[in-house]
Design a protein around this ligand. Sequence first.
Ligand SMILES: [Zn+2]
Ligand SMILES: [Zn+2]
Length: 309
Amino acid sequence: MQFEKLTLYTRYDLDTPDITQRSILYCLEPIGVGTPKCESLISYLIRLAETHCVIPEKLLKYQIYPLFWGHDDVSTHSQGIIRRIFKSHHNIKTLNLSGWYTSKLVESLELLTLHKDLTCLTMMHWQELINHVHFWSYYKAWCPLCYDYWRSYNLPIYEPLLWCFEPVIICEHHHSPLVTQCPHCNHQSVMITATSRHGYCNHCGQWLVDKEKLSLSSLSAVETALQLDLIKILGSLIAFTPEAKKSAKKTFYKQVIAYFQLQELATIELSNRQISSKPIYKSMTHTGRTVQDFWRALSPMALNHAFIY
Ligand SMILES: [Zn+2]
Ligand SMILES: [Zn+2]
């Protein structure tokens, strides 16, 4: 057979192409990082399980447990997987706060999803300021109006970190009371169980909103104003977390902590006249100026995000 003209093809490129690192699990985007509406670490874990169409038990048993304890879970123990990993109520209660279990859970989820900012879903960066365990609720609290809104607009259902603080009892958006009991079976739900699903009761499995049973706030105007102040402080800290992570801002945030600690000292001083108030107020005036800058820097950010769903 005769060929008048042969086609010249380009040579195969035998070099291995650059392929970015693949994550083991879906690289789920956390909700609201850098805003007061940022979701909690436990909320992220539950949504990650939902994204893979499994219950949290499966994710915890087959992916998280080996990363925590260096071997597979072959236990025949009757304790559930949550207790086998996190060992105690105290450790579960503080998972969204800080401590070894929080760090290990962040590390495990970052390894599985390749997300690098999951510490922002905790209060790890503010542990010097908020280290009181009683500040944290073991049970879930939720705003039925927020759940209802998110569901009707097909938005993801999640749990903001703000709702995990025991002293926060109203919704920052609707100013209505956060609910802690299922409207159908009256049970409280712990933060995470083997079958947790956002928006649904851990006990009866029903949707956690019953519009006919919604209660209006029974708080006085003064109590509501105090709640909103508390929410403003905590929400601002949550929104500021990604900034606080940056080393250049470390001094700044240490000063904010100092301010809050001094405020606490001032409260003690009011009940103990033997302590001289002068040095305390002098220090507060100094750091107070920094705090004014802190609020100024935060308020546009907080306002931008406060009313956006
Ligand atoms: Zn709400
Ligand atoms: Zn229920």
